[in-house]
Design a protein around this ligand. Structure first.
Ligand SMILES: Cc1cc2nc3c(=O)[nH]c(=O)nc-3n(C[C@H](O)[C@H](O)[C@H](O)COP(=O)(O)O)c2cc1C
Length: 188
């Protein structure tokens, strides 16, 4: 897919919306085009943690309702470069791992896998139970990249926001390995 085609962004109801804000900032700086879908739980957690409505998030070109199975991302013939689910709940992980599509986020993820497009799952839960671990392995084996919301600390981030931003660079590396991110600090 050409580099100016959009990615699908699925937002689900896990804690860690800080990472979503960091990713949106980096994506904006790199002119990455995003079409988004948010689950009802995602909407709830976003409001609880950030006090904002989804539609107020910056840098999202287009929104689709989570129950709109006729929306563009539900078809393999649509032109998306790939998809990221950020944050990704254990429930959504289970749906992706098992191919069970009860909302448009699950369906778009299933499409990304079947079309062999990149699918990155920014999973978040602690501690992780056996089912969670098994589902991660199943999703990995089906072609997804498991990228937990776990920042590194060796670049000595001065704040949570900075830690989240270093993590967002890593996420963008996974979504688009060709992208040379301006301002991206790398270990030398
Ligand atoms: C404040 C809050 C934080 C949550 N954090 C997590 C989390 O970190 N991981 C997780 O798997 N579920 C978490 N949940 C539970 C999910 O929101 C819930 O399982 C929901 O059904 C997931 O639906 P979705 O995957 O469609 O968004 C949280 C819920 C709330 C209200």
């Amino acid at each position: 897919m050409p580099a100016d085609y959009p990615f699908v962004l699925g937002i689900t109801g896990a804690t860690g919306m800080l990472f979503l804000h960091a990713f949106l900032k980096v994506a904006r700086e790199e002119n990455v085009s995003l079409h988004a879908i948010i689950s009802p739980a995602g909407r709830r957690v976003l409001e609880l943690e950030s006090g904002v409505e989804a539609e107020a998030l910056p840098g999202i070109e287009r929104w689709f309702a989570a129950d709109d199975f006729a929306a563009t991302p539900s078809s393999g013939s649509s032109c998306y470069r790939g998809m990221v689910i950020l944050p990704c709940t254990m429930g959504t992980l289970a749906a992706v791992a098992s191919g069970f599509s009860i909302n448009l986020i699950h369906r778009a993820a299933a499409v990304a896998l079947k079309e062999r497009r990149r699918l990155v799952l920014a999973v978040r839960e602690t501690p992780l139970g056996r089912t969670h671990l098994q589902n991660m392995l199943m999703a990995h084996d089906a072609g997804a990249i498991i990228c937990p919301t776990m920042p590194g600390y060796y670049l000595k981030p001065a704040s949570l926001e900075e830690a989240a931003e270093t993590w967002a660079w890593r996420l963008l590396d996974q979504l688009d390995p060709e992208l040379e991110i301006a301002g991206r600090r790398r270990w030398k």
